[in-house]
Design a binder for this molecule. Structure first.
Ligand SMILES: Cc1cc2nc3c(=O)[nH]c(=O)nc-3n(C[C@H](O)[C@H](O)[C@H](O)COP(=O)(O)OP(=O)(O)OC[C@H]3O[C@@H](n4cnc5c(N)ncnc54)[C@H](O)[C@@H]3O)c2cc1C
Ligand code: FES
Length: 312
């Protein structure tokens, strides 16, 4: 009963204000939250997420669906899908949020049909976001692929709420086609991501295939720059979001150089509010008989302390 009322107080409607293509399969959706949603977002933290109900949206025409998704996109949508936000802004007495998304299946294919003025039903904000550790003012942000949105949000949040912190971002993607940001140039002609430069966060980019930025995995670049380096100190912390192999590498690097890290984990989520147990993550638990127990990605996370997560 308690779960149901907590959930209903966070169900709200958002209106599409902008929707544009960033890369062929990556889009940026700007939503204006209604009064209830705006109230729920008053103290939102980067790393929290919303559950979107794309079920009522129509399918695009076949010619507008990526060929390899033609079959899967037509599946019925039984469940909401989780999405983080890449930015949040005050708009009068309401909030506007940006959702960057990758078109991968039935819900995200349907999202591509949204135009300004359309409505979406959302639940959120859900989960626990990044916990800002003010005793560690050297923040190294690491994003991989679609882990980029909450890291972009975190960069802006740290600069506006903790201006004395030293913040640097490292962003990795498989290739240029999979970079979920606009790309710009600085006055000297250098390539930049306005999402980070506009909030004053220096950043570096890697791609696995070398089609943009430094060739290799983002964690390799981070390791090369940080070991040994000024971050090898109890004043530093790594904040990361991305695919599990990247988070495993971040967790190992943090242990190797002796810094704290917080990881935003990803699991398939059925309910998003701690009821179905479908999003379990194996974590260290000194109180448990075997020294470990499961935590729920949607409720205890998605952000967990790196030292607590057990990667198999
Ligand atoms: C906390 C959280 C935040 C997220 N934020 C974003 C975001 O900002 N932008 C974005 O594009 N996506 C985000 N995702 C992922 C997004 O929820 C999924 O891609 C979603 O399932 C897409 O729905 P779909 O119906 O289009 O495709 P689906 O059919 O649901 O999924 C397509 C394929 O991706 C696989 N898949 C889906 N979700 C996951 C997962 N969590 N882990 C591993 N494989 C998965 C499925 O098995 C399937 O093969 C987030 C996920 C979580 C848990
Ligand atoms: S998604 Fe249902 S418990 Fe986490």
């Amino acid at each position: 009963m308690k779960h149901r009322s907590a959930q209903s107080s966070r169900i709200f409607t958002a209106v599409v204000r902008q929707h544009r293509i960033i890369r062929p399969r990556y889009r940026l959706l700007t939503l204006e939250l209604d009064a209830k949603g705006s109230a729920a977002f008053a103290s939102v933290m980067p790393g929290q997420f919303v559950e979107i109900d794309a079920g009522p949206l129509s399918l695009p025409q076949d010619k507008d669906i990526p060929a390899e998704l033609l079959d899967s996109a037509k599946r019925n949508i039984m469940l909401r899908r989780p999405f983080s936000f890449s930015a949040i802004r005050h708009k009068g007495n309401k909030f506007e949020i940006d959702i960057s998304y990758h078109v991968v299946g039935p819900s995200t294919v349907r999202l591509t049909t949204l135009v300004p003025g359309d409505s979406l039903n959302l639940i959120g904000p859900l989960g626990n976001g990044f916990r800002i550790d003010q005793s560690r003012p050297i923040a190294v942000l690491i994003a991989g692929g679609m882990g980029a949105p909450p890291i972009q949000h975190l960069a802006a949040h740290l600069k506006s709420h903790h201006p004395d912190m030293r913040v640097t971002a490292f962003i990795g993607a498989r290739s240029l086609d999979e970079i979920p940001f606009d790309i710009g140039t600085d006055p000297d002609g250098g390539i930049i991501f306005p999402a980070f430069s506009s909030v004053g966060v220096p950043h570096a980019m890697t791609t696995d295939d070398g089609s943009f930025g430094v060739k290799g995995f983002v964690t390799q670049l981070v390791e090369k720059l940080l070991v040994p380096g000024p971050f090898q100190t109890d004043k530093a912390i790594l904040y990361a979001c991305g695919p599990e192999p990247m988070l495993t590498a971040v967790s190992r690097l943090a242990a190797k150089i002796g810094v704290h890290c917080q990881l935003s984990m990803e699991r398939m989520m059925a309910c998003g509010i701690g009821l179905c147990q479908s999003c379990a993550i194996k974590t260290r638990d000194p109180q448990a008989e075997d020294g470990w127990s499961y935590r729920l990605c949607c409720k205890d996370g998605p952000v967990l302390d790196g030292k607590d997560v057990i990667f198999d």
